[in-house]
Design a protein around this ligand. Sequence first.
Ligand code: AMP
Ligand code: GLY
Length: 424
Amino acid sequence: MNILLLGSGGREHAFAWKISQSKQCSQLFIAPGNAGTASCGQNVAIKATDFEGIKTFVLQNEIKLVVVGPEEPLVKGIHDFFLADEQLKLIPVIGPQKLGATLEGSKDFSKQFMKRHNIPTAAYASFTADKLEEGLRYLETQSLPIVLKADGLAAGKGVLICESLEDAKSELTAMLADAKFGDASKTVVVEQFLKGIELSVFVLTDGISYKLLPSAKDYKRIGEGDTGLNTGGMGSISPVPFANEAFIKKVEERIVIPTVAGLKKDNIPYKGFIFIGLMNDGGEPYVIEYNVRMGDPETESVLPRIKSDLVDLFLGVANENLAEKSFEVDERTATTIMLVSGGYPGDYEKGKEISGFDTVEGSMVFHAGTTQKDGKIVTDGGRVIAVTTLGADIPSALAVSNANAKKISFDGKYYRTDIGFDLK
Ligand code: AMP
Ligand code: GLY
């Protein structure tokens, strides 16, 4: 069957790599893809949010399955667009419809969902501009630090952790009265600060049953020791050692099962991935957030550990018989190190030639921000290359990822050499 994958990051290269291994995949197309996805299938120059362009391509190329990598097309309703179209409605889309995607698109919606289904999460209250005074009074009743979250998508910048009441008050005012994050902060969620250590679990669901994918931890800060600005993610490790059997059992019973059942109960159709961001506070899991897609760079560590045929699992999602599909996980540890452009997450230059791919030994190389230019592979984004290694344990896998991270070169290359530092 012909498959179309939407997106262009390291996550999508990992998906393309895994999908292309399936016996059930005849031709794989990636829109728009990157220089790495081009080695797993055919890139097509269509944006992941160009629904009409995607429709034309799908019909011309007899696409029988669409896999959505990033959240934007989902939040904009690509799945609904397919269902509403006579010619597209029988072509399965992996990724939720707009309503389900609201779990990521609106923090207020996802907090209400968790509250309704008794899913453990931080206590909260939501405020709109006309309730600013009430919001400011509420802040006075809260302990520090206080977490403020823009309700809508704000390119990963909409969460503020305020250490003082004054700071919280001025930020809440800026968000509500001065539209600090535009429409995204028309509503603000004020949340209790959760302490502990973060990790993520991933679920694939057909809306009825689910498969619990391997856990992972990502490293968001640019600097070593988790310092400096937030990024899209500088590396990842899977599995997470402290997410032992007892902890995962709690996650499954208190969070995963009620989430899948809650979607069904609320009549929220959901076929796709759920990425659950968690805080582990002394062995007790709390949900920080839901995302309606896989994580990046978590996918680069999670997918290499899945032994089962991913396309077969996707067909299980499409046909609502996921429960019948076998699901096997590699026991080994995967470590991913992200090579980024100098200056990222601030300003950086693009178009730097990347070399050294042929010197890599023992790691998988997933491209993120890369493109082909004049027969060369050049940088085309902040996060450029993910180097993933499977090993017996974290130190041995990391040693190989680190050695290979050194061998790939481009002008301005930067990477963290301490990924996993808190897990050893
Ligand atoms: P989010 O966009 O909801 O993932 O938030 C971004 C980051 O802010 C998370 O990955 C956490 O590190 C942090 N964060 C969000 N909510 C809380 C909370 N209630 N307590 C502590 N940290 C939080
Ligand atoms: N690595 C975090 C994310 O994909 O949102």
